[in-house]
Design a protein around this ligand. Structure first.
Ligand SMILES: NC(=O)C1=CN([C@@H]2O[C@H](COP(=O)(O)OP(=O)(O)OC[C@H]3O[C@@H](n4cnc5c(N)ncnc54)[C@H](O)[C@@H]3O)[C@@H](O)[C@H]2O)C=CC1
Ligand SMILES: N[C@@H](CC=O)C(=O)O
Ligand code: NA
Length: 442
């Protein structure tokens, strides 16, 4: 019989993910122990409210409201509380006490990652965070380890399960945004404050982590361009479908050349985009996530799976717990973060994208030529135009007839495309601009 040493796990948070981590640790403890080479013991679960009903039936004596006390004597601290404080302070205490830390807290890492990874390096501890991006999908380890010998050039990902669920329900079931969000929240996909999901903040934090790992540089959260899906309407989703697209919230991380200097730089942005129906990302339904990685030698890779949900995310957390336990058994400092480059992170204006603009114009001779002139003058070139006559303010009201134009552009600098839209807005030929969305993955 093998004599294992015992490793104590302190679990901070017993909510959607934490309760499933606790259940699986208790149910599969023997198996996880033999995989780790150490006996893994759940020492306790810190929560705010001892009497709150949990998703999993867990022994009451494991629960405590004293997170600081629980950390003392723990070998591995699993932080699943979310938010910045007290999560940051507790992780600092855990690392300083020599414990390894496992977290799913992308919000915290996107803001305080550099100082926490530095601290972990200084004290010879390890900070694991596979659950922080893409839920159950292995994406942190592949970027950090498997692709460490390659050069990643671009990441295009659906990294927020809640917004993908909501957009999918709007597309497939005809739901309104609000009703679909209520279901996503009920299913445990949304953050404690779902504005983090709908506003694109959660995806922006994940984009900062992905870009930092992929390009070996620090990508501050505030340098990630962010737009959420709060203004996406059923009308836009329906129009997208008619035109052969689906609306997705994308995180796009790219290594680019600075358009002004030609120097190497990085761009990270999160926004809703039109994705062609034939693109594999269009087939990512429900709360699933998918991350496309393009690398110089490997070519195109795709990582796909459950991006949110308690038990699914618990899988990633437990993988990190086993890694941490193995490190305790083997000794040594663990894997260092590879942030050594110091690349500038450029604003969205330096990104190259395509626009899809729906506008109402006066249905008169010369208008189309005027519109084309505004695009050309601002450095954007039109790829497709679809026109339908008799727009919303038609001749029936005694006004001039209007036409609706749906224009798709070729790829151009975001700065040129945004300037074109401003010029269209100011033009007497344009009655109104109905929608502007970027096209990606075409
Ligand atoms: N729900 C999901 O699908 C996913 C969540 N995550 C991340 O995992 C973390 C946890 O998420 P959920 O389980 O969904 O959250 P939750 O809101 O369901 O659970 C949070 C838990 O932390 C406890 N807690 C919060 N503040 C505390 C404090 N000050 N002291 C003691 N306990 C405290 C709460 O009592 C609760 O038990 C978050 O960082 C989230 O972003 C990551 C991937 C997927
Ligand atoms: N709220 C997040 C949970 C996982 O990170 C999401 O919806 O993706
Ligand atoms: Na993951």
């Amino acid at each position: 019989m093998i004599e294992y040493r015992t490793l104590k796990i302190a679990l901070l948070g017993g909510g959607t993910v934490g309760s499933q981590v606790a259940r699986l640790l208790l149910e599969n403890g023997a198996e996880l122990s033999s995989r780790s080479g150490a006996r893994i013991e759940l020492a306790g679960i810190a929560v705010r409210d001892l009497d709150k009903p949990r998703d999993a039936a867990l022994p009451r004596e494991l629960f405590t409201t004293d997170a600081e006390q629980l950390i003392l004597g723990a070998d591995i601290v699993v932080e699943l509380m979310g938010g910045i404080e007290p999560a940051r302070e507790l992780i600092v205490k855990a690392l300083n006490s020599g414990a390894d830390v496992v977290t799913g807290n992308k919000q915290l890492l996107a803001v305080h990652g550099p100082e926490l990874f530095d601290l972990a390096g200084q004290v010879g501890a390890q900070l694991y965070y596979e659950a922080a991006v893409g839920g159950a999908i292995p994406i942190i380890r592949p970027l950090r380890d498997s692709l460490a010998g390659d050069s990643v050039t671009r990441i295009l990902g659906i990294v927020n399960g809640t917004t993908n669920f909501v957009l999918d329900r709007m597309d497939v079931d005809g739901d309104e945004l609000g009703e679909a969000l209520a279901v996503a929240t009920e299913l445990g996909y949304a953050e404690a404050d779902p504005t983090a999901d709908i506003g694109g903040y959660d995806a922006a934090a994940k984009a900062a982590l992905l870009a930092g790992l992929a390009f070996h540089t620090n990508v501050p959260l505030e340098s990630v361009y962010r737009e959420g899906i709060e203004d996406i309407t059923k009308e836009q989703v329906d129009l997208a479908r008619e035109m052969g697209y689906v609306v997705k919230l994308l995180a796009i991380c790219e290594r680019i050349a600075d358009p002004a200097t030609g120097e190497a730089a990085v761009s990270a942005r999160v926004h809703p985009a039109l994705v062609p129906r034939r693109h594999p990302l269009a087939a990512v339904h429900g709360a699933h996530n998918a991350v496309f990685v393009q690398a110089e030698a490997a070519g195109d890779l795709m990582f796909y799976g459950a991006g949110a949900g308690g038990v699914q995310t618990a899988s990633a957390v437990l993988g990190d717990v086993v890694s941490a336990a193995r490190r305790h058994v083997a000794g040594g400092p663990g894997v260092a973060e590879s942030t050594h480059a110091d690349l500038p992170v450029l604003p969205v204006s330096a990104a190259v994208t395509r626009y899809h603009v729906t506008l109402h114009v006066a249905d008169q001779p010369g208008v189309l030529a005027e519109i084309a002139r505004l695009f050309a003058e601002n450095g954007a070139s039109i790829e497709t135009v679809v026109q339908s006559v008799a727009g919303p303010a038609g001749a029936a009201d005694g006004q001039s007839p209007t036409a609706t134009l749906v224009i798709g552009t070729h790829a151009a600098l975001e700065a040129s495309l945004a300037a074109t839209v401003e010029a269209l807005r100011a033009s007497a030929a344009v009655t109104s601009i109905a929608h502007v969305l970027r096209i990606e993955g075409a």
